[in-house]
Design a protein around this ligand. Structure first.
Ligand code: PGA
Length: 255
């Protein structure tokens, strides 16, 4: 049984005080209410990561939204995967469509980052997903398959087993228009099948595939009820404690 995982991508929001308030409320809530049936991870802005690790106190995982594609060196302004793990960061996001589109990150750059994350011993959260144009042209499976091939499938099976994939259709991110449960299930099943062909049925069966793109308390339960949807990568709704907690709650297995 794959454990459900709900992750919050804060993007470039919240000043220090608001960020600390949200972290401390989340720690308080999860310490009192989470029974460990759902794994929770937050991805705050880099400058808050060290505090976040301390404030999480093990109640949830802490991840970085980005890292350098280089190991170390004269790269002014860059933060390396090794530095991140040295302050207790356990997960690193890469391949997010905002980084691809706004910062020109190619599949090759994403591949380099995946390697740096794996070498540093963190969990790579790999985002993939098609644009609206690609979906309208019925190219969504092709696009996602190409992203997997180009940036992930060079990994050994051992390293691949540490990866979490987030399927995030670009047209659903921050738009309020989520993929329907049927659209998400179709793509997640396709990703799992592609992984089974590349690696093995066992690796595909244990891989967690999150859905991302306008996840909110109102649509989370339906998305989580899909056989191949193992949780969510939540943007906007992860900034509001009550919404994020409702989404975590929706991921709990029905007893
Ligand atoms: P959203 O963002 O939930 O605000 O659509 C999701 C993401 O970018 O990971």
């Amino acid at each position: 049984m794959r454990k459900k995982l709900v992750a919050g991508n804060w993007k470039s929001f919240l000043r220090y005080d608001a960020a600390m308030d949200l972290l401390s409320s989340l720690t308080h809530h999860l310490t009192n209410h989470n029974d460990n049936t759902v794994e929770v991870v937050v991805f705050p802005p880099a400058i808050y990561l060290e505090s976040a690790v301390r404030m999480a106190a093990g109640a949830y995982g802490v991840g970085a939204q980005n890292c350098s594609s280089n190991t170390e060196g004269a790269y002014t302004g860059e933060v390396t995967a090794n530095m991140l793990t040295s302050v207790g960061v356990q997960h690193i996001l890469t391949g997010h469509s905002e980084r691809r589109q706004l910062f020109g990150e190619s599949n090759d750059v994403v591949k380099d980052k995946i390697n740096r994350i794996t070498e540093a011993g963190a969990t790579p959260f790999f985002c993939c997903g098609e644009t609206l144009e690609a979906r309208q042209a019925q190219l969504h499976k092709k696009v996602v398959e190409a992203q997997l091939q180009a940036s992930l499938f060079h990994l050994s099976e051992d390293d691949f087993n540490k990866v979490v994939i987030a399927y995030e259709p670009v047209w659903a991110i921050g738009t309020g228009v989520n993929a329907t449960a049927a659209q998400a299930q179709e793509m997640h099943a396709f990703i799992r099948e592609t992984v089974a062909q590349q690696y093995s049925k066992e690796t595909a069966a244990s891989l967690r595939i999150l859905y991302g793109g306008s996840v909110k308390p109102e649509n989370a339960a339906e998305l989580f009820s899909c056989a191949d949807v193992d949780g969510a990568l939540v943007g906007g709704a992860s900034l509001k404690l009550n919404d994020f907690v409702s989404i975590i709650h929706a991921a709990k297995p029905l007893l």
